[in-house]
Design a protein. Sequence first.
Length: 122
Amino acid sequence: MAKVTVYLKNAVIDEIKGLVEEDIQAGAHPDEVSFSSKTSMLLELGLRVYNLRRSEHAGSGHDEFDRMLLSGVLEAKYLTQFLTKTLGEANGIDVAAIKEKVKGTIKNDMEQFFPSTDDEES
């Protein structure tokens, strides 16, 4: 095995040492379990989880869903713009006032999912 130098936070070091101590208290011989072996095992496990999540995302169809969602949103947007302009011109409706009212409604609805921060308001 190759030897590498890795810098860890003190809390992580303490937690790994605690896991080694737990193994020893559970009956493992101190020569069988070490800080190095426990750290290596945790790193390998972390890599497996990372790769599994990455492969799940790649094969999950998120990109296709995002494409369909964006297509539907754009279609609705352009159709609404066309209809608003056409009906507004035909019936003398103040389209600018409608747009402002809709923007305000959207902002209020979005606030529950994406609360604005002080930085966004300035």
